[in-house]
Design a protein around this ligand. Structure first.
Ligand code: ZN
Length: 130
């Protein structure tokens, strides 16, 4: 497993992009993921910082922001096969949020592991499309 990106919840995506550009990270990819009610921006060149902003108040990211405020939301690791990794993690006792891979940002397949078994950290698995 290799760190793929760090997800950071933000209230204002444009402001957060500008702030990361000031740090010296370039915008690599920006996309609305309608199924997750989220707009994301990947900053840098890998491992990336994925900035996440909810597209409406019902978005899981908006609820996260309401509860915990802006900041680190998840860690994402690249894996060769999500199906194989979910099987392995499940057998090791990890609670899965996704039983199977689903489409994520940037054309990748993704799946999440529940934070309760991961020291409170939401873990995303990424099977890269490119
Ligand atoms: Zn992510």
């Amino acid at each position: 497993m290799k760190l793929h990106h760090v997800g950071v919840a933000v209230k204002d995506l444009d402001e957060a992009i500008a702030r990361h550009e000031k740090l010296g990270l370039r915008l690599a990819h920006r996309e609305v993921v309608a199924s997750q009610k989220v707009e994301v921006a990947f900053m840098g060149s890998g491992p990336w910082i994925e900035l996440l902003a909810g597209t409406d108040g019902e978005s899981p990211v908006s609820r996260f922001l309401d509860k915990r405020g802006p900041g680190q939301h998840h860690l994402a690791f690249a894996v060769p096969s999500i199906a194989a990794e979910l099987k392995k993690q499940s057998a090791a006792g990890a609670q899965l949020i996704d039983k199977a891979a689903r489409p994520g940002a940037w054309g990748h397949k993704v799946a999440f592991l529940h934070p309760k078994d991961q020291g409170g950290v939401l873990i995303e698995l990424v099977e890269e499309a490119h």
